[in-house]
Design a binder for this molecule. Structure first.
Ligand SMILES: C[S@@+](CC[C@H](N)C(=O)[O-])C[C@H]1O[C@@H](n2cnc3c(N)ncnc32)[C@H](O)[C@@H]1O
Length: 470
């Protein structure tokens, strides 16, 4: 297939919204990249073109495979896009994106859509033609996380729980809501839990080390094989922000004193920034002279979010054999937007319709980057990583015959229809599964929801020189 046809077919399959429909990914290889990771300051060449991303020489090597993938894909796109009619991302936009990622031009309002459209177009092209550079939204957001923005405040990853933020972001209420929803649809949740547990148990079987397993977002552990995990590893660490939920779970599930003795509970904030964020949202709204200024301040807050250092969930001395992030990726980044809206509306009124798109753009931008930082935090700390997540929520209704059917309304929890579009080249995808979860059942009076859930088994990618990326 010609390159221009590939770009066009990529664009045909894009919907106007950045939340359009895409398919399955394809494994990536680093062959063809002329680079020497032993000489970090040497400029490198991709397909005969010198990389513009000079800052690439500086970042933590954990990010290198993702950044290289983006650089390579951008170089390819910029060379090929003049051959395409009406491409989804124009040459000027691709060049602009390259400059934003190189840190030589500041981000602007339309930057987010260009970045997402580029990533999704390239992902689609990569599926159609495996010979083209493979890149996805996870790679592009990872690369963006390394670019300093002018005027950015320092965001320090601090996993200690901030009590004020815990209350304001309503984590306890959310946990209680999860328990209630499960009680109302036990069959649907049981079926999902069986598949989620089986996926995790399968990876346990493929894990060589038996020392330490760490489970993130363990909460109610509805979908976790806690007893099997505690039996399989010398030490089991369970992490959640909600101490009450986790204490109750462990008391109910790990009754055997031997298994309980091997289990350690850690109460942590996996984002590392909820305390800072809540404080900054409060300040932005309180100090604004009017509603327009408050919106500007919140927008700047979203744009300038960037962790000063890569997130670290375990102390440097600790290395896990298995790390599980189970149905938590979709949960780490939505309460902040809900909170900001509540604070804004309490002082002013509802965001006016013409500004809703702007609000959605900036908070989606923040949300996707917070999620990406969660994915980054999974790298380099374990032999094997299990990542499961609800990816698409399909609305359901009862038809006239009383049969539950999809209504056509979809919500993309990760901004894309496939979990694998969010997994950066930092990781090698070793296994993948998908299943459906009936979360809420539709009733005569209320809509329901069926989730598309995916699981991935990940290991850390080797660099082109065979060195493990730490
Ligand atoms: C949907 S539940 C995950 C399901 C869980 N694996 C189970 O089986 O019940 C999400 C969990 O992540 C926790 N969580 C959400 N945000 C968090 C954060 N920032 N830090 C730590 N835990 C968080 C919640 O308290 C909740 O227990």
């Amino acid at each position: 297939m010609s390159i221009s046809r590939a770009i066009l077919r990529g664009s045909e399959l894009l919907t106007p919204s950045v939340l359009g429909d895409f398919g399955r990914p394809h494994a990536w290889s680093v062959t063809g990249i002329e680079t020497d990771s032993r000489d970090a300051r040497r400029p490198f060449w991709i397909d005969g073109v010198q990389s513009k991303m000079s800052w690439l020489s500086l970042p933590h090597p954990r990010f290198a495979p993702a950044v290289l993938a983006v650089d390579r894909a951008l170089a390819w796109y910029i060379r090929e896009v003049p051959l395409a009619n009406q491409p989804p991302v124009s040459l000027a936009q691709a060049e602009y994106l390259g400059e934003v990622l190189a840190g030589t031009r500041p981000r602007a309002n339309e930057h987010f859509e260009i970045l997402v459209n580029f990533a999704r177009t390239m992902y689609r092209i990569g599926q159609l033609d495996p010979g083209t550079p493979q890149v996805n939204l996870g790679d592009t957001l990872t690369a963006l996380s390394l670019v300093p923005q002018s005027g950015e405040a320092r965001w320090t990853f601090d996993a200690r729980i901030d009590a004020d933020a815990f209350a304001k972001l309503q984590f306890r209420e959310t946990s209680v809501g999860i328990g209630k929803t499960r009680r109302e649809n036990r069959d649907g949740w049981w079926s999902h839990a069986q598949k989620n547990r089986a996926f995790i148990e399968d990876v346990v079987g493929k894990t060589k080390g038996r020392g330490l397993a760490v489970i993130l977002g363990a909460g109610h552990a509805f979908d976790l094989p806690l007893v099997e995990l505690a039996r399989s590893f010398e030490k089991l660490v369970l992490v959640d922000i909600d101490a009450e939920a986790l204490n109750a779970t462990v008391a109910g599930v790990l009754k055997d004193p031997g298994l309980r003795a091997r289990t350690e509970l850690r109460f942590l904030d996996l984002t590392g920034i909820n305390g800072q964020l809540v404080q900054r949202v409060d300040e932005a709204v309180a100090s604004a002279a009017n509603a327009a200024e408050a919106l500007d301040r919140l927008e700047a807050l979203c744009w300038t979010y960037r962790l000063a250092e890569p997130p670290r969930l375990l102390p440097p001395s600790e290395h896990a054999d298995l790390l599980v992030s189970s149905c938590v990726l979709s949960q780490v980044a939505w309460p902040q937007r809900v909170y900001a809206k509540r604070v804004y509306e309490r002082r002013f009124s509802a965001v006016p319709d013409p500004l809703k798109l702007r609000w959605a753009r900036h908070f989606t931008d923040l949300e996707l980057r917070l999620q990406q930082d969660h994915l980054t935090s999974l790298a380099g700390v374990a032999e094997q990583v299990v990542l499961t997540c609800d990816v698409v929520s399909n609305g359901t209704v009862l038809d006239n015959a009383g049969i539950e059917r999809k209504s056509g309304q979809t919500i993309f929890a990760l901004g894309v229809p496939s979990l694998l579009e969010r997994v950066p080249k930092t990781f090698q995808i070793e296994g993948h599964a998908s299943w459906e979860w009936s979360r809420y059942k539709a009733t005569r009076t209320g809509k329901g929801s069926r989730m598309d859930v995916e699981g991935a088994r990940l290991t850390v990618t080797q660099t082109p020189h065979g060195l493990e990326v730490p």
